[in-house]
Design a protein around this ligand. Structure first.
Ligand code: BES
Ligand code: ZN
Length: 893
């Protein structure tokens, strides 16, 4: 590991084309856990468009054994962690052969980047810069080569040998070894390389696509897990069908493989033709996976599959362009999930969930020390920039383009994008230009340069809207003003903001919206496009004073300040036809009460109008249960914290707990009705309608349990325990378990023991067992104490990323009240585990490090304690560059 000195800052403005191209590489691996030998034979050419210079190859944690140019030895040196071959500067134009031999040590690779070992064998992870940990290379995405890969390994231990592309040869060797040779005809950047040599089995399926071509789909898992791959296979088939139908993008491979691995840093990886997945996003049976797990699997399988076009066929010129592939592909997977959800209301539920994540995580990121534009300007460690901003805000930027050019126009833009850039490594500018050029008359084309500020400016813009009704003229004038991000990241130029608006009468009617110069159309929604710092819009023929429904569907990633009062929000909660804003009205009603209680001295006391509004919602005869569940889920503590300064996590927690307990009590009979009325019978199906019923029933059960514990009433606690025993699927079983744990029921310990006993051999369920305990509402320090005990549990290890996240991540990032303690013990636990983890896996450590990002907003004593702890970590001299970058940024604010 390179740990001395400070890692340099990489700047976008320093981009330079490579001095050499690698046209092809022929790789041979002699796989051995302790010492793997790699022979890398490349066809290289000088890039005659740039000034002649030595060849500089990336390489990290590998041992060089020989270098040959056109078969002859050549002198080389190591400089700044790179292998430098000076003589190649004088090469004539045209190809030459460069052969490199090196070794690496997969068994020692606990970072899980490059070639590493997991239980069943060898796996690789190369994005972003892992390929250099396998062999010396121009490990940058604008260098694309054709790969031929030969693997040799012990046949009994590693019967399956996979790499990208097509299998061209295989056979047995001496000493119980065997080999396989793969060829990938598509030139690709090194980050898309993958290799697997393991003891696996596959579910396979042949499909014929619309174009009449046959393809083999395979999902590889460890022996014993085959029965858990059906949903992933269905999701993969659905993804292939969807991309062809919606974007005319066809599967370009004869063979498409997914491999599941237990030890994996992220969710999944789109390697060409050989996606590698965290088991969490592949394996599911009704008995072991929840509805949410099923939903996530569909989304992640889709996401990685869609990268085959948006990421692989057209890739990124440099890592600053990461959102080119990630923002766009998140947009695509969100659209896929919405289309799969079917009914309008199920689509809306997906949108609400996506936006909730954006506002909880990305808005916080944008207001904190790691704030950066969708297309960052600099970084120290690229792995720290796989962020909510690049992904989720990036997806919103693509969505705004979609809004501005329309669905058909966007499809045309995508077609033009592929016509222009297929097979190339390009930039975010190239993408935006293609969408605009395909829609020359659109607001996007007209404002493109300004629109692209969404890529270049960091921070969340604030939009203030004020409406005024004039009864005599029956007009309603809406003034909208945008101001730059409030987080001091320099002056901001105005954005192009698509702003969808509706008007609701106080009696609940959706009023027609007609702008003053426009014809009456009867439409009840209008898209405004704000380009200046402020704009005024007058609606005519408005026959009564309306309540405005603003930023419908969250049409732009902004903070909206609208001055709506309780009475307005109650109207929207009851009547808004836009489900996003309808739910938002309920959240706002809750939020204002939480903030008042957390910042004032009076304890929270829920008022009758709020309670009645929630009851009406819960009992509504027509609304979708999944939607009701989202309305009745109170704003999270971290979301509330983002709306306050200074932040007192304990007061927020107390207020929110009081709110939920009062809702549990006041609606007790309604929750019991909801529980009974939303039972799902018959065979398990993860469809949105059944899942929505289960979600609402489980929320009802949690509320009833909470109230029962408060009343010391054993009946419902007993029933919940019965449910834990008799449930026929994991969603319901976990619903019962978490109801008992989160209510601190006396039956909790028995429930935990029983659950663990039943699922001790299911790693993903054991993760859930840990995280359910780590996210329980804190009560007198009991949850924190339990977490400390769990760190010593025989099933706990920091070496497996899923397990580390399920306990330490869940506590530090998902349970503010257990983490932010007035004695600072939460921060001590964080620092100790962080330093330990940094020695094992810096990428995972750096993500954990971010749970103190927002320390500067904390009230005392938390603020002082957090700063002290951060400084203690920063004082260590052997931090990885990953963690160093995060803590340095945190302390700089
Ligand atoms: N390309 C990424 C995988 C990746 C993540 C590589 C981080 C290197 C560092 C992949 O396409 C991805 O985005 N995966 C997501 C899941 C997705 C559904 C948003 C992930 O792993 O979290
Ligand atoms: Zn991705």
């Amino acid at each position: 590991m390179m740990r001395e000195g400070t890692a340099p800052l990489i700047r976008r403005s320093d981009y330079a084309a490579p001095a050499f191209w690698i046209r092809s590489t022929d790789l041979t691996f002699d796989l051995d856990p302790a010492k793997t030998m790699v022979i890398n034979t490349m066809q290289v050419e000088r890039n005659t468009e740039v000034q002649a210079q030595p060849l500089r190859l990336h390489g990290e944690d590998i041992t060089l054994t020989r270098v040959l140019v056109n078969g002859a030895s050549v002198s080389f040196r190591h400089e700044d962690g790179m292998l430098v071959i000076d003589a190649l500067q004088d090469m004539p134009a045209g190809p030459f052969t460069l052969e490199i031999r090196n070794t690496c040590a997969p068994a020692k690779n606990t970072m899980l980047s490059g070639l590493y070992i997991s239980a069943s064998g060898f796996f690789t992870q190369c994005e972003a810069e892992g390929f250099r940990r396998i062999t010396y290379f121009l490990d940058r995405p604008d260098v694309m080569a054709v790969y031929t890969v030969t693997m040799r390994a012990n046949k009994a231990a590693y019967p399956v040998l996979l790499s990208n592309g097509n299998l061209v040869d295989q056979g047995d060797l001496d000493n119980g070894r065997h080999y396989a040779k793969w060829h990938d005809p598509f030139p690709k950047p090194s980050y898309l390389f993958a290799l697997v040599a393991a003891d696996l089995v596959a579910r396979q399926q042949n499909i014929r696509t619309r174009s009449g071509k046959d393809h083999l789909l395979q999902i590889y898992v460890k022996r014993g897990d085959l029965d858990k791959t059906e949903h992933a296979m269905n999701s993969l088939i659905a993804s292939v069908v969807w991309d062809e139908a919606r974007f005319k993008l066809r599967l370009d491979l004869e063979r498409f493989m997914i491999v599941a691995v237990e030890d994996f840093n992220s969710g999944a990886m789109e390697n060409k033709g050989l996606n590698i997945f965290n088991t969490k996003y592949v394996l599911a049976t009704p008995a072991t996976a929840t509805d949410d797990n099923y939903t996530d699997i569909e989304a992640v399988v889709g996401h990685e599959y869609f990268h085959n076009w948006t990421g692989n066929r057209i890739t990124c010129r440099d890592w600053f362009q990461l959102s080119l592939k990630e923002g766009l592909t998140v947009f695509r997977d969100q659209e896929f999930s919405m289309d799969m959800a079917g009914a309008e209301t199920s689509r809306a539920v997906r949108r609400i969930e996506d936006v909730r994540r954006l506002r909880e995580v990305q808005f916080a990121e944008d207001a904190g020390p790691m704030s950066h534009p969708v297309r960052p300007d600099s970084y120290v460690e690229i792995n720290n920039f796989y962020t909510a901003t690049v992904y989720d805000k990036g997806a919103e930027v693509v969505r705004m383009m979609h809004t501005l050019v329309g669905r058909e126009g966007f499809a045309r833009g995508m077609t033009l994008y592929f016509e222009r850039f297929d097979g190339q490594a390009v930039t975010c500018d190239d993408f935006a230009q293609a969408i605009a050029d395909a829609n020359p008359e659109s607001a996007l084309a007209r404002t493109l340069l300004q629109f692209k500020r969404w890529y270049s400016q960091a921070g969340t813009p604030r939009v203030t809207a004020r409406g005024r009704y004039d009864a005599p003229t029956r007009t309603y004038t809406l003034g909208i003003e945008q101001t730059g991000a409030p987080n001091g990241h320099g002056a901001k130029e105005p954005y192009v903001i698509p702003f969808a608006v509706g008007l609701i009468a106080r009696d609940g009617r959706a009023l027609p919206v007609q702008l003053e110069d426009a014809q009456a159309s009867g439409a009840t929604e209008q898209l405004l496009v704000l380009e200046e710092a402020r704009g005024f819009y007058t609606f005519v023929n408005v026959d009564t004073e309306p309540v405005p429904s603003l930023l419908r569907g969250f049409s732009a990633p902004v903070i909206l300040v609208d001055g709506l009062v309780n009475a307005d929000l109650l109207v929207l909660l009851q009547h808004d036809t836009d489900p996003y804003n309808r739910r938002e009205a309920g959240q706002r009603l809750a939020l204002s009460r939480l903030i008042a209680a957390a910042s004032g001295d009076a304890p929270l006391e829920l008022d009758a109008p709020f309670i009645e509004a929630m009851r009406t919602l819960l009992r509504h005869p027509a609304l979708d249960p999944a939607f009701k569940d989202l309305v009745l889920r109170m704003p999270s503590e971290s979301y509330v914290a983002e709306q306050m300064s200074p932040v007192d996590p304990q007061r927020i927690h107390a207020a929110r707990e009081a709110m939920i307990s009062q809702l549990a009590r006041a609606l007790r009979a309604d929750w019991e009705w909801a529980w009974t009325a939303h039972q799902v019978s018959g065979a398990y199906s993860p469809d949105p309608v059944s899942a929505g019923k289960r979600a609402l029933a489980n929320r009802a059960l949690a509320m009833i349990c909470r109230d029962a514990v408060a009343l010391r009433d054993p009946v419902w606690q007993g029933r919940t325990y019965q449910r834990l025993k008799s449930a026929t699927n994991m969603t319901d079983r976990l619903g019962a378990l978490s109801a008992l744990i989160h209510a601190h029921s006396e039956a909790a310990d028995a429930a935990l023991a029983r659950f663990h006993d039943q699922f001790r051999h299911e790693a993903l369920v054991v993760d859930t067992w840990f995280s359910t305990q780590a996210t329980a509402p804190e009560l007198d320090g009991r949850v924190f104490a339990r977490c400390k005990e769990l760190l010593k549990h025989p099933d706990f290890t920091l070496k497996n990323p899923n397990r580390a996240r399920s306990l330490v991540g869940a506590l530090c990032a998902g349970n503010p009240a257990a983490f932010h303690r007035s004695d600072g013990a939460g921060y001590v636990l964080w620092a100790d585990r962080l330093l330990e983890l940094d020695q094992i896996n810096p990428q995972i450590a750096a993500r954990l490090a971010r749970s103190l990002d927002r320390w500067g907003q904390l009230a005392e004593p938390y603020r002082g304690l957090a700063r002290e702890t951060l400084s203690r970590v920063a004082a260590k001299t052997d931090l990885s560059p990953n963690v160093r970058e995060v803590v340095t940024n945190a302390l700089a604010n």
